[in-house]
Design a protein. Structure first.
Length: 301
């Protein structure tokens, strides 16, 4: 068969029926939505991929009314590197441009819907001793979104004892009249943060609230709670053969894994119903029973 004949035959074949686009809609018009944004680091680190993050938040903004979106949760790893003044070994942008690009992506949500942003392991700079710092509070301060400022009801502290958006809680009254508390905790929470979260969950004023806990690392792709030492990567101020020197597998002191969170916070609480996390490649889901005999549903994106 000649190429001309083949082309004529293909041209004569009926085109595959293209399904007509349907805008997303709620099955129950009386229900409401929470949108979860997974790890953004892969989009943040490259000039060419940052617009994808902006498309994601633009889609959310476009569907706020249609899906009755009342809260947006970002599970952390907002950037690939917290503190790179040169282009990263992974990606082509400095940390400032990574943070600024992701902060800009959220501009479209400001004043339209409250959002919580968690810290992931990539959102910190670690020293050899395990000290950590993040720029999250600089690029995502509570005041940038007036709806965040109106929703915040509790805040914890960072390692320098400053108020921290990675450790805070938003209160929300759902359209059906039920009260929710969205509790945000830093990556691998320190003991002081664990105690703070325990106190918040145990307050009498939240006894009848439905609590949604968000932290970066809790569940793996096999639906098991993360266990074992929390390990991170520390970067040295030295570039060898074009690659920054890094220390992988550095034990992070004063850090809680998923099993710690379950045993010390989630299981004893009677009002934590959902745990939202990220971190892993893949997804995970399970159902547990807390000490009050109620179901808890951890889900990882």
């Amino acid at each position: 068969m000649t190429l001309a004949a083949l082309a004529a035959m293909l041209w004569s074949l009926p085109a595959a029926a293209q399904e007509e686009y349907r805008q997303p809609a709620l099955e129950n018009p009386e229900s409401w939505s929470v949108v979860v944004i997974p790890d953004l680091q892969g989009y943040a680190k490259n000039e060419a991929s940052q617009p994808i993050a902006r498309l994601m938040t633009a889609w959310i903004a476009d569907n706020i009314e249609r899906l009755n979106v009342r809260m947006v949760l970002c599970v952390g790893d907002v950037v690939e590197q917290n503190d790179r003044i040169g282009n990263g070994f992974s990606g082509d942008l400095t940390s400032v441009r990574q943070w600024q690009g992701m902060a800009d992506a959220f501009d479209v949500l400001d004043g339209r819907v409250p959002y919580l942003v968690a810290t992931g392991n990539h959102d910190y700079t670690y020293t050899r001793s395990g000290a950590r710092r993040t720029h999250l509070n600089e690029y995502f301060p509570i005041g940038r979104n007036p709806l965040n400022a109106a929703a915040i009801c509790q805040f914890g502290l960072d390692s320098d004892e400053n108020p921290a958006v990675e450790n805070c809680a938003f209160e929300l009254k759902a359209p059906d009249g039920k009260d929710y508390l969205f509790l945000n905790m830093e990556f691998a929470p320190r003991d002081t943060v664990m105690k703070w979260a325990q106190q918040v969950a145990g307050l009498e004023e939240y006894a009848d609230h439905r609590i949604v806990l968000m932290t970066h690392a809790y569940l793996d792709a096999k639906d098991q709670r993360l266990s074992g030492p929390c390990k991170v990567t520390s970067y040295e101020p030295l570039v060898r053969n074009g690659r920054i020197v890094k220390i992988k597998g550095l034990p992070l002191p004063d850090a809680s894994n998923g099993e710690d969170l379950w045993q010390k916070l989630v299981r004893p609480a009677s009002n934590i119903e959902l745990v939202v996390c990220g971190h892993i490649s893949g997804s995970g889901f399970r159902t547990d029973r807390n000490s009050a005999g109620k179901d808890v549903h951890p889900v990882s994106y």
